[in-house]
Design a protein around this ligand. Sequence first.
Ligand SMILES: *Cc1c(COP(=O)(O)O)cnc(C)c1O
Length: 401
Amino acid sequence: MGYFKMNPDENGNFGEYGGSFIPPQLQTEMDKITDAYFSISKSHDFITELRSIRKHFQGRPTPVYYAKTLSEKYGGRIYLKREDLNHTGAHKLNHCMGEALLAKYLGKKKLIAETGAGQHGVALATAAAYFGLECEIHMGEVDIAKEHPNVVRMEILGAKVVPVTFGLKTLKEAVDSAFGAYLEDPVNSIYCIGSVVGPHPFPMMVRDFQMVVGVEAKEQYFHMTGEHPDNVVACVGGGSNAMGIFSAFIEDNEVDIYGVEPGGRSLNLGDHAATMTLGKPGMIHGFKCYNLQDEKGEPAPVYSIASGLDYPGVGPEHSMLKDLGRVNYVTADDRETLDSFFELSRLEGIIPALESAHAVAYACKLAQEKPRQSILVNLSGRGDKDIDFVVENFGKDYGIG
Ligand SMILES: *Cc1c(COP(=O)(O)O)cnc(C)c1O
């Protein structure tokens, strides 16, 4: 049997990971979403409409670009899948449009989600506006203060931003708050997760909606070169952009695959979010995966210079692929990431998201180790959202200010 027929199994398990460990009331709703997803997402109408949205609204296919100057500097041949050119500037819209289209088919009126840095909130608010659905985004008060531009974007797009004022007032509390709101009205609303995480069916569903990245990239790369890339590289937070591009190459055993986790300031607990590199299997947010935990077994504090990567868990499929040895999970630290952020900007004219700059940083290292090989990097998003932060804190190091 092929990889995708077996993973996940009918209970949403990826090997020993994934599954669904949630209160019975929520489980009933998840089962309904699972059944609906299997019937609706395979229908001709759904597939046709999603395809049309990808082309006319999102601007797909995004190009694959040969980074000539970067390749000349490091050796190897480095290619970038330009998800930064997808509408809203990152890959997240790929699954948000899919989730929102499913909501429309189910007759739902409202999309509910949490957001940390606001990227998922903005993508979902965009999808809601497109479909004329209500949108409610739960966000910790601490994050609201830090991520003002994204809060304003969501409001301009017509979403309601709900401040979460309990606990540490960040992402974890926002998840609890959003689940609470969803359970109050599961008939009219649907919960939309922002990565390949959470209880079944989300890790599968979000992966399936992101597969468009890999399908396109494989075909485009083949068209450009007449072969498959020797290596594929992507950054891993929850792991959705990575599963999007990895999925097309998982069954091609001659392709080496690398998932890049944030090494942060140091590899001491609290200074990074290298979940698979340094964590161990456990439970978080209703599913099983590699986790970073403190001595009490609670989710540990995590840190990354890229706010989209600082999650103490990771997708269950990545957890399985690590144990299988099919994907190599590695790290890039803050400094390597900043160097790549400026280097890609100055050598190629592309300002990458700090998340994506982790993947570029590792690809440059790999190019030096494997100078005769090709490397396809998923450039998950553009860096406009990061420029003020980078210049304020690190501009001097790079000749600015
Ligand atoms: C959110 C985000 C990520 C991390 O999410 P994944 O689910 O791991 O892909 C990576 N890159 C960008 C640009 C993001 O906005």
